[in-house]
Design a protein around this ligand. Structure first.
Ligand code: R5P
Length: 294
């Protein structure tokens, strides 16, 4: 019997494409919000004996997370044989240590709770930094697929003579992979973040790449401050108008406008989070990984 892909609200488009790739049925989970903002999940299909693939991207996670736990738990209670989760964007991965006394290490507690309710998980480029692999924090099988080759292909196809610029030293390996795929040189920024909206970046010497189009690449565009800082340096040095390419279009309020105001000529992201800048399709990657686990 084939699997059923169930979209949590907001994930219908990607879930539909994934169901086609997986040759699976398609269902939905509705969420009723009570006046006090409690949520009630209702599955719209019979899950008994079926393999279920929940699709829920977890940007702006807090109102989504409890409904997801409810949907997964209810799916099991109603007799699904397996419950997997495709979460193209996995939240909370950046808080992977106690940066200040008394802080929660949210990535671990988030991973523990998800591991309790799903049999497997697939995501795209989780922000793993000090934690090296999903298996270090998830006790359920978890696959991270990588959008680097898709970003590289988009850049190679859409940007004339690019030079890639990554956000920080930690991203160097990832940026070098994207650059190799796009057959382009790359640089990385020096970056210091002292608050959510307080980011200072400095740009390495660009002189030898003056005839190239700068492409700012990052795994996440959130406040946009990292890219805005880089765009300002580029403008001050008279560089060609820059392209911004990100995997996860988190975009805090005002971030997209700030990027445009700072001179971004074009902004593109992957469809791990539905957004008007989406131009890179990760569905085939997600489906390939899910196929191994279904
Ligand atoms: C940080 O380590 C990430 O790679 C991104 O650079 C960061 O999340 C971007 O955030 P923002 O858009 O808020 O500057």
């Amino acid at each position: 019997m084939s699997a059923i892909v169930i979209a949590l609200p907001g994930n219908e488009a990607l879930a539909g494409v994934l169901a086609q790739h997986l040759k699976a049925g398609l269902g939905a989970a509705a969420i009723h919000r009570f006046p006090d903002e409690e949520s009630l999940v209702r599955l719209d299909c019979d899950v008994s004996g079926r393999t279920i693939v929940l699709v829920a991207s977890l940007d702006r996670p807090d109102p989504k997370f409890l409904p997801l736990l409810s949907a997964a738990t209810t799916t099991r209670e109603l007799g699904a044989s397996k419950v997997g989760l495709i979460a193209p964007y996995l939240a909370y991965m950046r808080q992977d240590q106690r940066f200040h006394a008394g802080e929660a290490v949210t990535s671990r507690l988030f991973a523990r709770q998800l591991s309790d309710v799903v049999d497997w998980l697939v995501t795209v480029d989780p922000h793993l930094h000090r934690v090296k692999a999903l298996a270090d924090i998830f006790s359920t099988p978890a696959i991270a697929v990588h959008a680097a080759s898709l970003l590289a292909r988009w850049i190679a196809e859409h940007v004339d003579r690019p030079v890639l610029i990554g956000p920080d030293r930690e991203s160097e390996q990832w940026v070098s992979e994207v650059a190799a795929g796009a057959r382009a040189p790359f640089l990385v920024l020096e970056k210091q973040r002292s608050g959510d909206f307080d980011v200072r970046v400095s740009l390495p010497d660009l002189d030898r790449y003056r005839d190239r189009t700068p492409v700012l690449v990052d795994d996440i565009i959130s406040t946009g401050r990292t890219m805005v800082g880089a765009l300002q340096h580029l403008a001050a040095r008279g560089a060609k108008p820059a392209v911004c390419a990100g995997v996860h279009a988190v975009f805090a309020p005002g971030a997209l406008e700030a990027l445009r105001a700072a001179g971004a000529e074009r902004i593109v992201t992957a469809n791990t989070i539905a957004h008007e800048t989406n131009g890179i399709d990760v569905a085939p990657l997600l489906a390939d990984a899910a196929r191994k686990l279904v």
